[in-house]
Design a protein around this ligand. Structure first.
Ligand SMILES: NC(=O)c1ccc[n+]([C@@H]2O[C@H](COP(=O)([O-])OP(=O)(O)OC[C@H]3O[C@@H](n4cnc5c(N)ncnc54)[C@H](OP(=O)(O)O)[C@@H]3O)[C@@H](O)[C@H]2O)c1
Length: 324
């Protein structure tokens, strides 16, 4: 049964957490174009200047989720919130065990403030991958955040995605730079793991569509592109889309995620502190098990090669511009 309160009205305001990130920064114009009033929760407002268009009704609140600062002010009077946050990062591979604890604390702080301020809906974008299947720390942590966000009073909408294809996404930039820069690659067995990548414009369409369709409240959806590929096929198709020779890939029996992360650090702009948790997750199959999103937010899915062409064309200067 549809609860009337969940319908977004024209004077309702929507909070975006993670608005300076890869997904959040793209969601701002997507929602502003639909005349949705926004409030952005940021740690560092100087990152926002290029993101806020003139005439858009956008408020900004400064705070920090992990420290629990600014959350009550940010959530006051808000109808729905997007939770597009994670704590991966740092230039050091040795610090990457801390992210799960920080993300847990951040989600708990958020849900406590959301309960107190009467938030009606929270929409979270997390990762695909099934618990109990030797899931990586990063994917386990994404699932844990989904659980915490689902434990409060706001109705949760949980979207789960694999690699998102768009300029500036950490996983996409790893793919881009590896294929652009290395003609021969040695890869462990994860090179033949299956994955269902999705174009960033499709992710944005799902995020906006879920907000505008209150029937998605209280539900969990897997979202993916039209193709299921292996990482090897993804690299081949990236090369095809770019009109360059396919790379020679040798599968080797042992190559630890840590070693691969150091190589990625050398060859790509993605620091090993971000790369390591993501690389650890390459062993896990990440494909959609549920397709019910098609009933609620029907879209025409972007094929992988088209998504790559769009991502590459976004930066005139070509590879080398990612904002890490
Ligand atoms: N990128 C992908 O391929 C992909 C694939 C599947 C799912 N997802 C999911 O999509 C969501 C967004 O990912 P993304 O790629 O956009 O990440 P991102 O570019 O790294 O952005 C993360 C955002 O979180 C903010 N943040 C981190 N810690 C914070 C804190 N303590 N307080 C307030 N804000 C904080 C960051 O702010 P600062 O600018 O201050 O650092 C930034 O805006 C995540 O849940 C991720 O798991 C992403």
């Amino acid at each position: 049964m549809l609860i009337k309160e969940l319908i977004l009205k024209s004077d309702d305001r929507v909070l975006v957490l993670g608005s300076t990130g890869f997904i959040g920064s793209r969601l701002i114009p997507e929602l502003s174009q639909r005349n949705i009033k926004l409030r952005l929760f940021v740690r560092n407002p100087s990152k926002l200047s290029a993101l806020i268009q003139k005439n858009a009704d956008i408020e900004v609140v400064i705070g920090d989720l992990v420290k629990g600062e600014g959350l009550r002010d940010a959530l006051h009077g808000i109808h729905s919130a997007y939770y597009l946050v994670h704590s991966l990062g740092g230039k050091s591979i040795f610090k990457n065990t801390e992210f799960a604890e920080m993300d847990k604390r951040a989600a708990k702080n958020f849900i406590a403030a959301a309960n107190a301020e009467g938030l009606k809906r929270v929409i979270y974008l997390g990762g695909l991958g099934e618990m109990g299947k030797n899931l990586s720390e990063h994917l386990k942590s994404r699932a844990e955040v989904a659980e915490i966000l689902s434990s409060g009073k706001p109705y949760p909408t949980i979207l789960r995605a694999a690699v998102i294809i768009g300029a500036g996404g950490a996983s996409f930039e790893m793919l881009r730079y590896l294929v652009e820069r290395l003609f021969i690659m040695l890869c462990p067995k994860w090179i033949d793991t299956r994955i269902q990548p999705i174009a960033v414009r499709d992710v944005l369409a799902y995020l906006a569509g879920c907000l505008l369709n209150p029937e998605t409240a209280g539900k969990r959806f897997d979202i993916g592109g039209p193709e299921i590929l292996t990482y090897r096929e993804m690299m081949d198709q990236y090369a095809d889309a770019r009109g360059i020779a396919r790379r020679i890939i040798f599968r080797v029996p042992v190559l630890t995620p840590r070693l691969v992360a150091y190589l990625v650090d050398l060859v790509t702009p993605v620091p090993s502190g971000i790369a390591h948790p993501l690389i650890e997750g390459l062993k896990n199959e990440v494909v959609c098990l549920d397709h019910s999103i098609d009933q609620f937010v029907p879209i025409v899915k972007t094929p992988f090669k088209e998504a790559v062409k769009i991502a590459v064309s976004e930066e005139k200067e070509g590879p080398g511009i990612a904002g890490f």
